[in-house]
Write a protein that binds this ligand. Structure first.
Ligand SMILES: *Cc1c(COP(=O)(O)O)cnc(C)c1O
Length: 410
């Protein structure tokens, strides 16, 4: 069995160890929920203060030009692009994820007018399911949304399929899908591919260029640490820019927003997918949060992520045997950066852990979810968290009646 000293030794040799200092982490807690809301970083704090005190405080309206506010959604997109293998000019940071998915789905359906089927995963994140159904209704023609078992995708790929939308890392189980292989199969059937990177970006290496992805979108507040409700990002491969229409046009996506023309003419490039005013303070937070990624590589992050999740799975098994079903694939190639443990009293277990300073989350009906963010987590944190988990389970602390009623946000 692994010892705590062995974990301390792994930390001493960890090439990412110094980056932990870039985060503001409350004492007495082990934070295993960075896949839901990443912590604030020194960089984010500094950029927010700069924007509030100087750019907004002193510069006022002049800052739209002088401080680059008007171009911030694209500058930040270029900063984020290397994390997903995109080129400059292929990423926009704006809105939130569900809205960006709406724009891409709506536009993509117009690109395959002789096809009427959209495929998504039956266990996709609920917001993704709602928005794809909503956009299908708005399409102005009969669109069928098929929610399938993603493992049977190949059986559904025929000449009726216009678009396939999948989330690359399953938010519940942490299973990671083979982006290149699935995209190639979708293209072979003549359909378009939209990937949701909510649980991928900043956690696993992504290469949209190599995988020939058409469209993607992801979240700013999970592993990217952009803050609660942070803006999301959209990727539109350069070959689709100027072709994919934004179905939610607004003044800032116009070719000449300050000409105040009464008819819409789309701006070129990614600007076409901007609708309304960027949320400048929120963009600044994400901008500051991305700094730390420039001090490492996704390869290094991935290596540590797999080591942390391996360690967690191993320790849970050593301490608790088969008390939990490990739902997350053991195979590295199919694992994101989280571990999901199934237990019938999962909600109580997570609440008891939170009371003891180990922060994970619960996903109905029975999943205890633990996110492992390599930028700030230590191997010894994994060790200590499993000790607390073992204490909870052995003492049945999770069966306390206080946990019988669920909070609004789990
Ligand atoms: C977190 C998450 C979202 C949330 O999107 P917002 O609209 O930004 O709140 C959507 N889809 C998936 C798969 C997610 O994990």
């Amino acid at each position: 069995m692994r010892t705590r000293d062995e974990c301390l030794d792994l930390d001493a040799r960890d090439p990412l160890a110094l980056l932990r200092r870039e985060f503001v982490l409350p004492g007495g807690q082990i934070y295993l929920d960075g896949n839901s809301l990443g912590p604030v970083s020194v960089g984010a704090q500094r950029r927010i203060r700069e924007v509030v005190d100087q750019e907004w405080g002193d510069g006022l309206v002049r800052s739209w030009n002088a401080a680059g506010w008007a171009d911030a959604p694209f500058a930040l997109g270029d900063r984020l692009a290397p994390l997903i293998g995109a080129h400059d000019g292929e990423v926009l940071v704006a809105d939130t994820l569900t809205f960006l998915l709406a724009k891409i789905i709506g536009g993509a359906l117009e690109l395959r007018e002789n096809r009427h089927v959209v495929i998504t995963d039956a266990v996709n994140f609920h917001s993704d399911l709602y928005i794809v159904a909503g956009m299908a209704k708005l399409a102005g023609r009969d669109i069928v949304v098929k929610t399938i078992d993603r493992d049977t995708l190949h059986e559904h790929l025929d000449e009726d399929v216009a678009l396939v939308m999948l989330t690359q890392v399953d938010f519940r189980t942490g299973e990671m899908l083979d982006m290149a292989k699935i995209t190639a199969a979708v293209h072979a059937a003549g359909a378009l591919m939209l990937w949701d990177f909510a649980h991928s970006t900043g956690a696993v290496p992504l290469d949209v260029t190599a995988a020939d992805v058409d469209f993607a979108a992801g979240c700013g507040y999970k592993y990217l640490n952009g803050g609660p409700g942070a803006p999301a990002f959209a990727y539109v491969a350069s070959r689709w820019q100027g072709v994919l229409r934004n179905p939610l046009p607004g003044w800032l996506g116009h070719a000449r927003p300050f000409a105040f023309e009464s008819t819409y003419e789309s701006a070129p490039g990614m600007r076409a997918y901007l609708t309304s005013s960027p949320s400048v303070i929120a963009l600044a937070a994400l901008d500051g949060a991305l700094e730390v990624f420039e001090r490492t590589t996704m390869t290094e992050i991935r290596e540590k992520s797999l080591a942390l999740t391996d360690l967690f799975i191993e320790l849970v098994h050593d301490e608790l045997g088969d008390a939990f079903e490990v739902v997350t694939p053991r195979e590295h190639g199919r694992r994101g950066s989280q571990v999901a443990l199934r237990h019938e009293h999962g909600y109580g277990i997570i609440q008891a852990l939170i009371e003891r300073g180990v922060i994970g989350d619960f996903r109905a009906p029975d999943i205890c979810r633990f996110g492992f963010a390599p930028l700030y987590l230590r191997y010894v944190d994994v060790y200590d968290a499993v000790q607390v988990l073992a204490e909870v389970v052995r003492s049945s602390a999770h069966l306390d009646e206080r946990f019988a009623v669920r909070l609004a946000v789990t």
